[in-house]
Design a protein. Structure first.
Length: 434
């Protein structure tokens, strides 16, 4: 779950992410099954569910209150689509999941006194929680030089605060639990130096068919679902995470659509937007192009530079979030290959492609490649991929442009179970005459 100090932040981040949900999960209708613990279900989930109900009335959202351990098991067995869970610092990550740290939820001492200190309760009775919560309680108390005396157990945020209010002991609770329920007759004092529950996004390894999950945010059937509830609110966070999870994401080979269209062009200056790890940029540089590669991920750009060095060519790179900034100048070739992002905002791709067209020098070319549809085994058949006509309609090019290529191209693709089919991609090559 996203563990924040203020409820307003939770609401704001959920609001910021609603526009992204349909693109990420590819669901305009159907059923999404989500499991989360009580505090998440009481804070983050209802807000997101309300927006979903308004914007996607055909979508059925089924909610399950589960402890993180059970939620992970359900996700692993395909019984749910999304798991919203937490993880404490120092707890090993479950095998079969990749993860990235997103944020932390500070622990609070729950007692009857304001501005209280754990150190003052070495002789007090303590209320323990679940097994992992108990381990965290022990660690906190040990850091203050004592072992807690456990008088009772309870992992329900309402029950724990009631026990404290009735004088049964003191306890620890994370901030999100206090956002979900806060008794006016107990005091909460943040414990400095303790991160508490960790916000994590865990996903199955590349190529694994199945669900995704996360510690501290969300996992689901498509995309990094952190963005579903607003845990990741920027493209840079998403793509830095995406590339950091593996030493190499892409093959290093150029996109076939670019090769097909650009090999007949005379080398000059080239701009590769969304260059990723540099496969296209290096191929262009080998053919004599002066290449500037741009991407939102610095990790990807560093790999692109290394790839160029290993191949004995030079490229330049710049980091841009293309919806905010765009490289200066005009280029003989602007390449935009597969600009499909699970965290793009409405109209963002169209805006970027429009700016890409404005960066083409007179006599230059704009090559746009994109998927024409999802493979048959994908769960996201409803995800919308723009056609070349859609792209042209949004570009609104003047009469100093001509269309060189406007095609749907097939390529062989092998599915996760060995099934073979032809994947269709769109290719659009445009030339600016003057």
């Amino acid at each position: 779950m996203l563990l924040l100090a203020e409820t307003a932040e939770v609401v704001g981040r959920v609001d910021a992410a609603t526009d992204e949900l349909a693109a990420q999960v590819g669901l305009q209708a159907g059923r999404v099954r989500l499991a989360a613990n009580a505090s998440a279900l009481a804070t983050m989930v209802p807000r997101a569910a309300g927006v979903l109900a308004q914007e996607h009335p055909g979508l059925e959202l089924s909610l399950f209150e589960e402890h993180p351990v059970e939620a992970l098991q359900m996700l692993r067995h395909g019984e749910i689509d999304v798991a919203l869970v937490f993880r404490f610092a120092g707890v090993p990550v479950d095998e079969g999941f990749r993860f990235v740290h997103i944020g932390d939820d500070p622990l609070h001492l729950i007692s009857s006194r304001p501005d209280d200190s754990v150190a003052d309760h070495s002789g007090s009775a303590w209320i323990g929680g679940c097994e992992r919560c108990q381990e965290e309680l022990d660690a906190v108390c040990r850091s203050f030089g004592f072992t807690p005396r456990i008088a009772s157990h309870g992992d329900d945020m309402v029950v724990v605060q009631a026990l404290v209010a009735d004088g049964a002991g003191v306890a620890l609770l994370p901030g999100l639990a206090l956002q979900a329920h806060r008794r006016p007759d107990v005091c909460a004092t943040e414990i400095p130096g303790f991160r508490g529950r960790s916000t994590r996004d865990l996903r199955r390894p590349a190529g694994h068919r199945g669900r995704r999950c996360c510690f501290g945010n969300v996992g689901c059937r498509s995309g990094t679902v952190a963005s579903i509830l607003g845990v990741m609110t920027t493209a840079q966070e998403f793509w830095e995470t995406f590339y950091s999870e593996r030493d190499q994401v892409w093959s290093g080979k150029p996109n076939p659509l670019l090769v097909r269209e650009a090999e007949r062009l005379t080398p000059g200056s080239a701009l590769d937007i969304g260059c990723a790890e540099g496969g296209d940029a290096v191929w262009l540089a080998k053919r004599g192009w002066r290449v500037l590669g741009v991407d939102v991920s610095q990790v990807a750009l560093d790999r692109a530079l290394k790839h160029a060095y290993d191949e004995g060519v030079e490229i330049a790179v710049e980091r841009h979030d293309l919806k905010e900034t765009f490289p200066a100048g005009e280029y003989d070739l602007v390449s935009a290959q597969f600009l499909h992002s699970p965290v793009e905002e409405d109209g963002e791709r169209n805006s970027i492609l429009k700016r890409a067209s404005e960066a083409v020098a007179p006599g230059g070319h704009l090559i746009i490649g994109g998927h024409a549809g999802a493979p048959s085994w994908s769960e996201h058949q409803d995800y919308y991929f723009p056609t070349t006509k859609d792209v042209l309609d949004h570009l609104k090019l003047a009469d100093n442009w001509i269309v060189i290529t406007d095609e749907v191209v097939g390529r062989p693709l092998v599915g996760p179970d060995g099934q073979e089919e032809t994947r269709l991609d769109n290719v659009l090559t445009l030339k600016r005459l003057y």
